[in-house]
Design a protein around this ligand. Structure first.
Ligand code: NAP
Ligand code: GDD
Length: 345
């Protein structure tokens, strides 16, 4: 009998990669989709087409992380072996504008699912994965960050995820549910949302190369992130839920790069050699050859409180789960730039 996986956030970047991966492993996959006024299934449309032809066991159910009754019904109907809770208002900058909504979806949402597992008597059967985040480390207390580094959240998003992180541990200890946190550092891909910095920059570099845009406006160039590839990280999620015991794991590459390096790398792929002039909000990035301004700063992309540096140590995941990332920062930016260049051409 194949296992059934329930994925919330199935229409997102990670939900799409995870669905493909679990289907390849022989799982039946059921995804939770929220109602939208226009279709929100673009990333998973190829899977839906295959499912319609009966080629893969992939199905969708309507639900929302803010709706306990609906989530309860979905669990009752699917009785999944594994739940991957990926649904979230996942944009850190946006969480400052929608703090209460973010807390509801990202903080209370996982609690609603865990409590449904408990009240439906699924504690023995259903394993629960929570998409925790390196944003928990925030104003970092120690470098690199491990599972034992103290947290210091710096946004409504991170505070909501902190509540969820401890709720997972509480339900594990109180009710014996196999519930684990994956503390994942940033992971990217051609399916990354277009307002996250990697995708925004690779798309802009491709558009400028093609003459479709003049320049790009960004925020903090000096923030540093540990960027991996989503395809590698969803394999880690599966390993976390299939470990001998429920536990919490950091998944990271151990390398950190600044937004400035990201911009230079993407523009280099587009054939531009960037030089920087000025400082603060007056800093600009110019093409060395033509002197054309390609990058400028717009303070609207700054955050009221910023996470300046993230760099993870995934030794525990390597030792216990045998997980290690395969793709490098350069591989990821190349793949994303090429995808955007082909799509815009
Ligand atoms: P994403 O692309 O933004 O996808 C988020 C998913 O959540 C989408 O399917 C979205 O649906 C769904 N969603 C949002 N609000 C919902 C609601 N109220 N009810 C039901 N579904 C809702 O995010 P991602 O990059 O794949 O990340 C997946 C998870 O990992 C998130 O929880 C994120 O916070 C966490 N995480 C991500 C990273 C990273 O670097 N990517 C790192 C650490 C942790 P729509 O398509 O309808 O918007
Ligand atoms: N989005 C964005 N847009 N970020 C910018 C920009 C810009 O124009 N310019 C500079 N940045 C900086 C941000 O200030 C931040 O320091 C960094 O680039 C990365 O921003 P994002 O790509 O928006 O990602 P994030 O690190 O805030 O959050 C992502 O990773 C978290 C894991 O650490 C999201 O995927 C979260 O859901 C995830 O938990």
């Amino acid at each position: 009998m194949s296992k059934t996986a329930l994925i919330t956030g199935v229409t997102g970047q990670d939900g799409t990669y995870l669905s493909r991966y679990l289907l390849r492993l022989g799982y039946r996959v059921c995804g939770v989709v929220r109602r939208a006024s226009l279709p929100n299934t673009a990333r998973i449309d190829p899977l839906l087409a295959d499912a319609r032809e009966g080629k893969i066991p992939f199905a969708l159910m309507s639900g929302d992380m803010t709706d306990s009754g609906g989530l309860h019904r979905i669990l009752e109907e699917t009785e999944p072996d594994e739940i991957y809770n990926l649904a979230a208002q996942s944009h850190v900058r946006v969480s400052f504008d929608t703090p209460e909504y973010t807390a509801d979806v990202d903080g209370l949402g996982p609690l609603r699912i865990l409590d449904a597992i408990r009240t439906l008597g699924l504690a023995e059967k259903t394993r629960f994965y929570q998409a925790s985040t390196s944003e928990l480390f925030g104003k970092v207390r120690q470098n690199p960050q491990t599972e034992t580094t103290p947290f210091y959240p710096r946004s409504p998003y991170a505070s909501a995820k902190l509540f969820a992180y401890w709720t997972v541990i509480n339900y594990r200890e109180a009710y014996g549910i196999f519930a684990s946190n994956g503390i994942l550092f940033n992971h990217e891909s051609p399916l990354r949302g277009e307002s996250f910095v990697t995708r925004k920059v690779t798309r802009a570099a491709a558009a400028i190369k093609l003459g479709l845009a003049e320049k790009v406006s960004v925020g903090n160039l000096d923030a540093c992130r540990d960027w991996g590839h989503a395809a590698d990280y969803v394999e880690g999620m599966h390993l976390i839920l299939n470990a001998e015991k429920a536990d919490d794991f950091v998944l990271a590459t151990g390398e950190t790069h600044s937004v400035r390096e990201l911009v230079e790398t993407a523009f280099h792929l587009a054939g531009f050699d960037l030089i920087w002039k000025g400082s603060g909000i007056d800093e600009i990035g110019l093409d060395r050859k033509s002197g054309r301004i390609l990058v400028e700063i717009d303070p609207k992309f700054f955050r009221p409180t910023e996470v300046e540096l993230l760099c993870g140590d995934a030794t525990k995941a390597r030792k216990i789960l045998g997980w290690r990332p395969k793709r490098t920062f350069r591989d990821i930016i190349e793949e994303m730039f090429q995808f955007d260049f082909d799509a815009l051409s």
